[in-house]
Design a protein. Structure first.
Length: 246
């Protein structure tokens, strides 16, 4: 048995913790739709964790993706999948960097995500999907564009991942069909690689960090989306097969 939770942007006052607790704890709450703002997911996750019980399916309807840092909270609360509704209007310049960061962390922690790109025409303008094929592709429906179709057809687990060493990072990249391994051991480069896990405006970086970001962008390990940079490889903690760790 599982809950279906639908979250959308509403006033926080509409969703007090007491209301969540009463609705989720009741026997007839199976299949209930519980509305919540995306920013309230941490509080909702805490309530789910306190209640315990069955695994939970969460449907998120919001103009912006959940914060990438919420992935571990959702997993700890027993959430086993997330569905993101298609944005119905201009999603804003932070939508894509935030979505990429969320997808990256979801894959890293083994949280399945289904999602749809914005409704606006030209959503893939300037977006090199060949750099994103290691991340879960958007749901393909009737009339799906070439970018979404190509992304879906080329997607496979583990195509671009990294592991942490002592003072260095190793990136294994197979997105173009040929396996390559890159060791990043320069402190400024490793610092930028880690800092840009959170979408960051390049203009806000110092001179050395901005230069390091440029090198990572050139290598295909960081994506520059109109001046907002985000790290692409994910830390593969477990292969998608039983009893195998990376």
């Amino acid at each position: 048995m599982s809950f279906l939770l639908t979250t959308s942007a509403v006033e926080p006052a509409q969703l007090r913790a007491e209301e969540w607790r009463s609705r989720l704890a009741l026997p007839y709450a199976h299949g209930a739709h519980v509305r919540a703002a995306a920013g309230e997911l941490p509080e909702l996750a805490r309530e789910l964790q306190a209640i315990g019980g069955p695994r939970t399916h969460v449907t998120v309807s919001t103009e912006t993706p959940p914060d990438a840092g919420h992935v571990e909270l959702l997993l700890a609360a027993g959430v086993d999948s997330v569905q993101l509704a298609r944005p119905e209007r201009d999603a804003g310049e932070l939508w894509w960097p935030s979505m990429i960061a969320f997808l990256r962390e979801a894959v890293s922690h083994g949280l399945p995500v289904s999602w749809q790109p914005p409704l606006s025409a030209g959503w893939d303008d300037g977006l090199d999907v060949s750099l994103l094929v290691h991340l879960p592709p958007p749901t393909i429906g009737d009339g799906a564009g070439r970018a979404a179709t190509d992304w879906s057809h080329r997607h496979a687990p583990g195509l671009c991942r990294w592991r942490q060493g002592t003072g260095f990072v190793v990136v294994l990249d197979e997105r173009d069909g040929a396996a390559s391994q890159t060791v990043i051991d320069d402190p400024v480069l490793t610092g930028a690689f880690g800092a840009l896990h959170e979408p960051t405006r390049l203009a806000e970086l110092g001179r050395r960090s901005r230069a390091a970001a440029g090198e990572l962008i050139e290598a295909g390990f960081v994506l520059d989306l109109n001046g907002i940079a985000v790290t692409l490889p994910y830390r593969l903690r477990h292969w998608p097969v039983p009893n195998t760790s990376y």
